[in-house]
Design a protein around this ligand. Structure first.
Ligand code: PLP
Length: 513
């Protein structure tokens, strides 16, 4: 929802340069992929289940794509089936294995740094009676194999461990993990979403039973994933219906997306060959950050063989990530917090906490993920902006923690509360008392009505849109701008009673000039 507003707000931005450094979140679609998809959409719309020629042609395209995906991960095409996304792949595998074994066997062993599509599915299974144990990781995020040995036993039916982590880039020794699992008769699911195209994947050599993939992390389209199911491993479909995907995943296949995924996989070798160049850029980036801020902490593993070449998680002590990211966004640079903060929640990253960071350090951490098109100039621009920010040459936007916004702050004479929530959110929830509503898409038309001498407290639902607008106001000469961290949602969680007592009182709707 807020993304649409960010897009619109670009017209406010003086900096036209765009530097995308969030390739672990998603990637741009490669030109060859786009062309192949376009052709599939135009010419190959026959239903692959139909027996006539157009259907058979579509079925052939599916086969070719399946072969390409299988080749990229060293699997047999009969072991690969397409899903809507890796979230579905992880759900399908976990739920299928649990329903096959439970209650004869009761335990799954996983790690505390899995993606939410695993962690939340495990929580669901726990509610169904499955016992889930999390094997600790060390301060570099590596699974402690000696602990894993202790946790996996004859009652364990699955070990679930991602190959590479999306936030820090840590790579697990999946071969060793699989050996431990197999010694106790447990199956293995590995989430390979972040690994594909960044490090070699050899499912057959490792002997894992299930693996999940997603095209949009690989310069392919969104809305298409894959699940590898080793020949003979138990599997029951998540979706029931037609006989598509050999009966394992019902629903008419998304041919253009599958074709796109296949073509994206053809580029895997080339992407892998660019790994050295990308890790070279990352090394330079680390060196530069260390010069700019000697106390910065690198959370990604030191050893190159243990970390995705493109991923850097870095903590800048004393610097809140929300403010830093807002400033960078204002200058056209996209990085991420690598945590739920980016989606508006005020929860520190579970991954960073698992590797030993405090809540505070997690909130001072950003993730930078490079891509094959990232240039040294892009990174110079990034480091220059960070340096100017740290040296106070770009003024900080104050960040107010939800806990600090108490009754006296809410009613302080000196504070002007600016509500920049989108209209839909205003319909759903009353806002802070004493606030002034403006249309977030026309902020520039209210500037004359905002008091320059007062502190302006800007808030939105999740704290993201308001950071952006806070920077805009600051650039327009407002000296005392404060952003509510985590937005109204975080504040309501913290101060439910205050919200119930005062929400919606004394609200002024400003009219644009
Ligand atoms: N697993 C990992 C490690 C991821 O990084 C992601 C996406 O962020 C997913 C799973 C989910 O992928 P999808 O967006 O295809 O559902």
């Amino acid at each position: 929802m807020e993304l649409q507003y960010f897009e619109f707000l670009k017209h406010l931005v003086r900096f036209n340069r765009r530097v995308y450094l969030d390739h672990n979140a998603t990637t741009p679609v490669n030109g060859r992929v786009r062309r192949a998809m376009d052709q599939a959409l135009k010419a190959h719309y026959g239903n692959p289940s139909a027996f006539y020629g157009m259907g058979r042609k579509s079925a052939k395209l599916l086969d070719e794509a399946r072969q390409r995906v299988a080749k990229a991960v060293h699997a047999d095409p009969t072991e690969v089936y397409f899903t809507a996304c890796a979230t579905e792949s992880n759900n399908a595998a976990l739920k299928a294995v649990a329903s096959h074994f439970h209650p004869k066997k009761t335990k799954i062993v996983s790690t505390p740094i899995e993606h939410p599509s695993v962690i939340n599915t495990l929580a669901y299974l726990e509610n169904q009676g499955v016992i889930v144990k999390y094997c600790p990781v060390d301060d570099q995020g590596r699974v402690r194999l000696s602990e894993l040995e202790k946790l996996v036993d004859e009652d364990t039916f699955l070990v679930c461990c991602m190959l590479a982590n999306n936030e820090t880039g840590v790579i697990q020794d999946i071969s060793a993990i699989t050996k431990i699992a197999k010694r106790h008769g447990a199956l293995v699911l590995t989430d390979c979403v972040q690994a594909l195209g960044k490090i070699p994947i050899d499912l057959h050599a490792w002997g894992v039973d299930y693996a999940s993939f997603s095209a949009h992390k690989l310069y392919g389209p969104k809305g298409i994933g894959a699940l590898y199911v080793k020949q003979g491993s138990p599997f029951t479909p998540l979706l029931h219906g037609g006989h598509q995907e050999s009966g394992l995943r019902a629903g008419t296949e998304s041919i253009h997306n599958i074709v796109g995924f296949g073509v994206a996989c053809e580029a895997v070798e080339k992407l892998l060959s660019q790994g050295n160049q990308i890790s070279g850029l990352k090394r330079q980036l680390i060196q530069r950050f260390t010069e700019i801020k000697p106390d910065c902490v690198i959370n990604s593993p030191d050893a190159e063989a243990e970390c995705l070449p493109n991923t850097l998680s870095i903590t800048f002590p004393g610097v809140e990530n929300a403010g830093l990211m807002g400033m960078l966004d204002y200058r056209g640079i996209a990085v991420s917090a690598g945590s739920a903060c980016s989606t508006g929640e005020d929860t520190p990253s579970h991954v960073l906490k698992a590797i030993g960071l405090s809540d505070r350090a997690a909130r001072e951490t950003i993730r930078i993920s490079l891509g094959p098109d990232t240039s040294a100039r892009d990174l110079q621009y990034l480091t220059r902006m960070v340096q100017e920010y740290l040296e106070g040459r770009i003024p900080f936007v104050n960040m107010l923690a939800p806990a600090q916004l108490n009754e006296s702050f809410l009613f302080a004479e000196d504070t002007f509360i600016l509500d920049v929530r989108p209209p839909l959110n205003r319909k759903e929830a009353k806002g802070l008392p004493n606030s002034h509503e403006v249309d977030p898409l026309r902020v520039e038309r209210y500037l004359k009505q905002l008091p320059r001498e007062k502190q302006i407290l800007v808030y939105c639902p999740g704290g993201g849109l308001s950071v952006m607008i806070s920077y805009y106001l600051q650039a327009k000469g407002f000296k005392r701008v404060t952003n509510l961290r985590g937005g109204l949602d975080a504040w309501r969680k913290r101060h439910g009673a205050l919200y119930d007592k005062y929400a919606g009182q004394n609200v002024t709707v400003l009219q644009p000039d």
